[in-house]
Design a protein around this ligand. Structure first.
Ligand code: GLA
Length: 382
């Protein structure tokens, strides 16, 4: 938890430098409630932030050198301004890329000594990399009094991911880590960047959200993600629209597409955008339970039309639904990772055990699970 992690990074910072840090910051991972592969199609998404975060203790060190110690890896990496070239690899690229992207955007930050830790599960579709980017960015921006609005922070972090690390992602993960608030989901328009906090008070509604990590390796995830994105962009070009967000008549659009696979990709994006809007409508009215059929439909669309689920994920969703989850779907970019299930209050652990039993029967590794509380976005802790 954050308090413990803050104590841990401060103690490690003091041990390493002999001084107290100038500050401590945290940036969360996220779970995407609904709106999958819609962000880079200029569509809608609805993530909320997790309590699991990257926590950073840091001080300015002057000069042009950054030293970052990860207690999670564990390792210390040092880089200077001349090292800031896209293509750097490993976890430190997410830190160096933030300095690079801040500089590219006209924000000057000097050297720093940072010590960080993370309790965001890695490779599980919960945005551990966006949490790392946003944690480092929040620390550096604060240390050097950089005047940068929350949305611009998310855009800088995304530029790090796209142009420095080289992953062609949309803006959702960084927007979630930066903009989310407690007890709310973020209804985010990825074209206009309008951000609406929609209430998600699960306790008041007598509900829980279970996040279950199938611990399925994310094989091929990078190439499959890029392929899906390219297919969407090609379809938009054929349809003569700026992005699939602009498709208004789905049947007419499908009739113009050359092959069945592309038709299914487009149907997923268009129907998923409609589901996110329906979810926002339900949450604004305080009807959280109305999310359940939307979650189910989203999963079916990911499985059958966008084809980004894998058998373990489908098994987890089916087992959760059979055990009484009100609705369930994969969350994250796909090809493994976590599912989320909306369940009655007090039922989450039982549903988790039911999925574990189904996994054992099928010979899969035991899944891990926790209940998710909609939590605050990136911030200074101390
Ligand atoms: C990953 C990307 C996001 C988004 C999702 C799929 O998390 O980083 O930009 O495209 O996949 O919804």
């Amino acid at each position: 938890m954050t308090t413990t992690d803050a104590d841990t990074v401060v103690a490690a910072f003091v041990k390493r430098t002999g001084r107290q840090p100038e500050g401590v910051w945290a940036a969360p991972g996220r779970v995407n409630l609904i709106g999958v592969h819609t962000d880079y199609n200029d569509g809608f998404v609805m993530p909320f932030a997790l309590p699991q975060s990257v926590t950073v203790a840091g001080s300015r060190s002057g000069g042009d050198t950054w030293s970052v110690t990860s207690l999670t890896v564990p390792a210390t990496e040092t880089f200077g301004r001349s090292d800031l070239r896209p293509g750097m690899s490993g976890w430190v690229a997410y830190c160096a890329g933030v300095v690079w992207a801040l500089t590219e955007a006209g924000h000057e930050v000097g050297g720093a000594e940072l010590v960080l830790t993370s309790d965001v599960p890695r490779g599980a579709g919960l945005s551990s990399s966006a949490a790392l980017e946003c944690g480092v960015l929040t620390a550096l921006a604060d240390l050097y009094a950089v005047d940068i609005a929350p949305l611009a922070r998310a855009q800088v972090a995304r530029r790090c991911e796209n142009a420095f690390v080289g992953a062609p992602t949309g803006l959702m993960d960084q927007a979630a880590s930066t903009l989310c608030t407690s007890d709310h989901a973020l209804f985010f328009d990825c074209r206009s960047f309008d951000a609406e906090q929609v209430p998600l008070d699960l306790t008041a509604a007598g509900l829980e959200i279970l996040i279950l990590d199938t611990r399925t390796p994310h094989e091929l995830v990078d190439s499959e993600y890029a392929t899906r994105r390219a297919s969407c962009e090609q379809a938009a070009r054929i349809l003569g629209v700026g992005a699939l967000r602009d498709v208004v008549d789905l049947d007419a659009a499908l009739a113009q597409l050359p092959d069945e696979t592309m038709q299914r990709r487009v149907r997923h994006v268009v129907t998923e955008n409609a589901r996110v809007e329906a979810a926002a409508h339900a949450l604004r009215a305080g009807r959280i339970a109305d999310l359940a059929p939307l979650l189910d439909a989203s999963h079916h669309s990911m499985r059958d039309d966008f084809e980004i689920t894998v058998p373990t994920v489908d098994l987890a969703v089916d087992a959760a639904r059979s055990a009484g989850a009100l609705g369930a779907r994969m969350t994250g970019g796909g090809f493994g990772g976590c599912i989320l299930a909306l369940v009655d209050a007090g039922d989450g652990d039982r549903v988790g055990h039911a999925v574990a039993t189904a996994f054992a029967a099928a010979g899969h590794r035991r899944p891990q699970w926790f209940l998710a509380d909609p939590s605050p976005g990136a911030r200074r802790l101390d």
